[in-house]
Structures are given as structure tokens and as C-alpha cells.
Design a binder for this molecule. Sequence first.
Ligand SMILES: [Zn+2]
Ligand SMILES: [Zn+2]
Length: 273
Amino acid sequence: MTPCCCSVHTHATCCDGKSTLVEMAAAAYAAGVKYFGVSCHSHTPLELDVGYVLPADMTDYRRSVLALRAEYAGRMEVLLGLEWDSQSDIFPEGFDYWIGSAHYQRRENGVCYAADWGEEAFTACRDEACGGDALAVTEGYFREVARVAAMKPTILGHMDLITKLNAGNRFFDETSPRYEKAALEALHTADPMATLLEINTGGMARGYRDAPYPALFLLKEWRTMGGRIILTSDSHSADTILYGYGDSIALAKAAGFERSTILTLNGPTECRI
Ligand SMILES: [Zn+2]
Ligand SMILES: [Zn+2]
């Protein structure tokens, strides 16, 4: 087995993906994937999410993914997953696995600010809710990540997503002690026996970043904690199912990892990277 036989953080047109479930599965199979997981975005009550997440009733979603499982039986395992958002109004149960992700932070003024929707969302959070303090935005974001991590998801999703638009430290200094402390506190909330930390290339595939999530110092700390990793592409289209896995392997090795985890229908297993 190689890390490239597994891709379990993927989206399709039933949430905010560009390709259909059928197209995603066909592309995964053609790319040599043996363990393909679908992880569409869970429903939230947020207006911002209308059209980008699954309906609260996931009956059709489950049925469609399980139909693919039957279609590919014996050739590729199809896993039923969910990317559960911290603002979601459903509970992530009844799935083969779930990815716990924070895409928003709700502030004291009652407003939910998106972490990765663009400059306006970041600056609004900074100026309306944080008195102009950009690092306070990151601290609020990592409190949200900690809340998700404490729920012991199968995979902790893109844990430093708040850096998506921060190329060149445009909004905040990622080496500042305040930033590192907030990020590490969130990581320390995760249970290394229960949760995998993903190395996620989604921001690279869409041209926002030149490195995967998360930062090297977080991966090194996770390794010290005895944690395990999984490589994911957070793919939203059929041409990015295994995007940037080579970069993720290099990053994992730089942090001292020698193995990554593969999710299968019979549970997790490990392979050399
Ligand atoms: Zn996400
Ligand atoms: Zn995702």
C-alpha cells in the first residue's frame, strides 16, 4: 500500500464540489485509489452556507454513496464520510468516519465569521469583533478548532485553515508566540489515540497556498504527542483527487513521520511514506 491508494477528504456537487459523486469515484478509481471516501459538508443553519452544504436530511446522500460502494465492490472501497462543521446543526453519527472542521468562529457580537471566505470576512472579524487585533482572530479560530478536537473526530480537518489567505504573513505573524500558543493549545485538545491529523493540500490545489495544512511546528508537536497522520486532498473536482501528495509526504517526513494512515471499511491501517 502507498499513501496514494487512499483519498477520503472529497466533495462533490451535492455540497460545494464541481464534479458529481459518480465523476469523483470514476476519477479516483482511474487514479489508482483503493480506498475512496466521500466527505461532503454537513448542514449548518448559516445563510452563508446555503447551496454549499448537504441538506439536514442526508438520506439521498447516504443512498448515493452506498450505491457507489456497491458499484465498485471488489475494485475500490467506497467509504461514507462527512465533513462536520463546528456550526452544524446535525450530529455526525452513522458514518464510516467523520472529519471535524472549523470553517467559522462565532464571536461575542453573535456574528459568525468565515475563516476562509476571503479578505472581507477576515478583516470584518478583526475590526468588528477583535478591536483591530489580527492575532485575536486567530485565537478565536483556534478556540473553535479546540471545540471540534474535543469531540474526537476521526480526522481533525485543516486545523490551521485560518492561514489560508495569510501568504507572506499578510494579516498576522505565524511565528509570533501568541499565534503558536493558540494553535498548540488547540492541538493539545485532540486525542492522538482517537483522532488523525490530516495533511491537507486543498489550499494548494485552489492556488491559495504553496504548502499543505498544517504548519510544520504543529506536525512536529503531534508526532511528539504520539499522533498519527493521514494525507488528504480536500478535493472539490475530479482532477485533484490526489493533488500534492508528494508535497505532503515531504512535509510529513520533515516532521519525522515514517507512516501515514489509510482508512478502510475494516478500519484504519498504516503504510510507509
Ligand atoms: Zn473544510
Ligand atoms: Zn473539505
